[in-house]
Design a protein around this ligand. Structure first.
Ligand SMILES: [Zn+2]
Length: 316
C-alpha cells in the first residue's frame, strides 16, 4: 500500500517463464511491493537482533529503536525512544505480533505510549500498555474503541509478505480497543531523563496527527505527516488546509533537525525533505502538477521524490 516504484510482475514473468519451475508458481503469489524488499537504505543502519521475526529493529540514532514491520504492506515503523528514566513508544504498530515483547527486549525502563495519530496501523498493540497519552479529539476517542474493517483490509493476501506470526488468525483480526489514560496537547514536553521530547500538533493527515521533536539531538519524528513514500491524504478525516499549515510549521524547524524519522517504509530522511514537501504540496494545490490514476477513486501527484495519494477530483 505504501509502495515505492518497483519492477513490474510482467518483467518477472518475462525473465522467469523459460524456467517454468515450481518456484515461478510460488513467486506469482508474492505481491509486487514485497519483491522490492529489503529496501537498500536499511543496509546503512545498525540492526538490533530481537527474537520475534515479524519485526526488524534498527538503531537510526543513539537511544532510538525503529521497530519495523516489513511483512505487511504498510511497512509501518514504530519508535522506541529511550531516556535515562523512562522510554516513550511512539506508535505500537499493527498488533499482528507482540510489540510489547519486543520493547521489553530493548529496554527495562517503564514505557509510556504516545501515538503519531490513531489510524489502525499505528495503534494495534496499544491495548497491551498501561499508560497511553492521546490527543483530545473525538477522532481519537472513536478510534480508541477499536475497529474491524480497517484491520481486515490489512491482512488480505496481497498485503502480506512472507509468513504471518504463528497463531495469528487473519479472519478474526481486529484493532482491539484501548484506553486513553492521559491527554496531551501541542507544546507538551515529555522528560524521559536526559532526553526531552516536545509534542508538535500537526493535524492534516488526521485531526490528531502529531510530530515529536528531540531538540537536543536534532531528531524529528513525523508520523504520517511525512514518510518517504506516497503520503496518504485521501481519507475523509484528512484536511488539506491543516496539512499545509502543519508541514510549513515542520519546515520552520528544519534548520535545527538532523534526521527526519517517518512512520512508514524507511526510518531516516534528510531535513531538506521538509522544504521539498512544502513546495510539492503547494504545487499540487495550485494545479500545476498533473495527477496520474492510482487505485479506483484515487490519484497520485508526484513532484520529484515527494508524492501524495489523494481522492480523484469529483470522487467521494
Ligand atoms: Zn495514517
Amino acid at each position: 500500500m505504501r509502495k515505492l516504484p518497483i519492477i513490474t510482475s510482467m518483467y518477472i514473468l518475462t525473465v522467469y517463464i523459460p524456467l517454468l519451475s515450481s518456484s515461478l508458481l510460488a513467486q506469482a503469489a508474492i505481491p509486487d511491493w514485497c519483491r522490492a524488499l529489503p529496501r537498500p537504505e536499511y543496509k546503512t543502519l545498525e540492526r538490533v537482533p530481537v527474537s520475534d521475526l515479524w519485526f526488524e529493529v534498527y538503531k537510526p540514532a543513539p537511544g532510538i529503536f525503529a521497530i519495523y514491520e516489513p511483512h505487511q504492506a504498510e511497512e509501518v515503523i514504530s519508535y522506541l525512544i529511550v531516556g535515562q528514566k523512562r522510554a516513550l513508544l511512539f506508535d505500537t504498530g499493527m498488533g499482528i505480533s507482540d510489540v510489547k515483547k519486543v520493547t521489553a527486549e530493548l529496554t527495562k525502563l517503564p514505557i509510556i505510549v504516545l501515538n503519531s495519530h490513531t489510524h489502525d496501523d499505528h495503534v494495534g498493540d496499544n491495548w497491551e500498555f498501561d499508560k497511553i497519552y492521546a490527543m483530545d479529539t473525538d477522532f481519537t476517542r472513536k478510534n480508541a474503541q477499536g475497529s474491524r474493517e480497517d484491520a481486515q483490509a490489512e491482512v488480505t493476501p496481497d498485503q502480506i509478505c512472507g509468513t504471518l506470526p504463528k497463531g495469528f488468525e487473519p479472519r478474526t483480526y481486529t484493532t482491539r480497543p484501548w484506553k486513553i489514560t492521559n491527554y496531551t496537547h501541542d507544546g507538551d514536553r515529555f522528560d524521559l531523563g536526559g532526553r526531552t521530547l516536545e509534542v508538535i500538533a500537526t493535524p492534516g493527515h488526521t485531526p490528531d496527527a502529531i510530530s515529536l521533536i528531540d531538540r537536543a539531538n536534532g531528531l524529528l519524528f513525523t508520523g504520517d505527516t511525512y514518510y518517504p513514500a506516497p503520503i496518504w491524504l485521501f481519507r475523509p478525516e484528512t484536511d488539506f488546509k491543516a496539512y499545509a499549515a502543519s508541514i510549513s510549521r515542520l519546515n520552520g524547524l528544519a534548520p535545527n533537525v538532523k534526521v527526519v524519522l517517518g512512520a512508514h517504509n524507511i526510518p531516516v530522511a534528510s531535513p531538506a525533505v521538509l522544504t521539498r514537501l512544502v513546495l510539492a504540496f503547494a504545487a499540487m494545490r495550485k494545479g500545476v502538477v498533473p495527477p496520474t490514476p492510482d487505485s479506483p477513486g484515487k490519484v497520485l501527484y508526484k513532484v520529484g521524490d515527494i508524492s501524495f495519494l489523494v481522492r480523484a477530483p469529483g470522487g467521494k
